[in-house]
Design a protein around this ligand. Structure first.
Ligand code: MLY
Length: 272
């Protein structure tokens, strides 16, 4: 318990601020997750987003469901919030005059799909409509600022939610950087993306928050903000070279630490 990641300590150490809840397209009070393993629902096929298919809940984690498309393999599971617009109760498609489609990677002959569907739905436990929650509205503006902390899904490992920092803001997009991972998992997304959450989300939902990576030392936010703002405000002159070299001197001690941290953490990387 003692070694567990604690936002409060971490925020003190980094001198960082949390992105306020108004920034996010998430309910301030996370939705209840009433789903049970084995229940079936309709889900947009992540690999063929034009079509809705039949899915089974094969895991429950926080406010999310681990889903598998019926007739598909076990290598393409995906995770959805209970208030996602990409899931709906069984029967929704039919009501709209649409048909459920075989998933991309359907393991049998396509001609067997209608019969497969009938058999799979026969006697299945359909998730009740009340379990599906309304998606929160899009915040009116991109309120994110560089340096703000949040919890974000690692798109390369979408079951993982990790401590992250806003590394850039551009129009209606934000750059999500994963603390301690040296940039390899970072990505741009819309500010209203459903994969990013306010600090404390995992604690509230019971989802698992990963600790920050150990590949890059944790820097004080203040230092970062100062160096970027000085670059921005200076006119394009020879001074920039001077400023940059002096700031690189500042960061050199931390670079040494990086090497040390990386070698000690390589064990951790190999495990996963
Ligand atoms: N085993 C993988 C997992 C990396 C996850 C990184 N996320 C949390 C930002 C690895 O060590 O590469």
């Amino acid at each position: 318990k003692k070694d567990e990641f604690q936002w409060s300590t971490y925020l003190e150490e980094t001198g960082a601020v949390c992105a306020p809840s108004e920034c996010f397209r998430q309910s301030e009070i996370p939705p209840d997750n009433d789903f049970k393993i084995g229940m079936k629902l309709e889900a947009r096929d992540p690999r063929n987003i034009a079509s809705m298919s039949l899915a089974t809940v094969i895991g429950i984690i926080g406010a999310r469901l681990r889903l598998r498309l019926d007739g598909s393999d076990n290598k393409n599971d995906f995770w959805r919030l209970v208030d996602s617009t990409e899931i709906q109760p069984i029967g929704t498609c039919e009501k709209q005059g649409d048909l459920l489609q075989p998933p991309l990677g359907y393991q049998m002959n396509t001609s067997s799909w209608p019969m497969f569907l009938t058999r799979t739905l026969n006697g299945c436990e359909a998730a009740p409509a009340t379990f599906f929650k309304k998606e929160p509205p899009v915040p009116p503006l991109n309120f994110f600022k560089v340096g703000m902390k949040l919890e974000a899904i690692d798109k390369k490992n979408p079951f993982l939610i990790c401590p992250a920092t806003i590394g850039g803001v551009k129009g209606d997009e934000v750059y999500i950087t994963f603390d301690g991972w040296g940039g390899i998992f970072d990505y741009w997304c819309k500010y209203y993306c459903r994969d990013i959450f306010p600090v404390g989300w995992c604690r509230l939902t019971g989802d698992v928050l990963q600790p920050p990576g150990t590949h890059v030392p944790i820097t004080k936010n203040i230092a970062k903000t100062q160096s970027t703002s000085s670059k921005e405000t200076r006119p394009v002159t020879k001074n920039i070279a001077k400023t940059q070299s002096s700031s690189s001197k500042e960061t050199q001690p931390t670079t040494k630490n990086t090497a040390k941290t990386q070698s000690s953490s390589s064990k951790v990387t190999q495990q996963s």
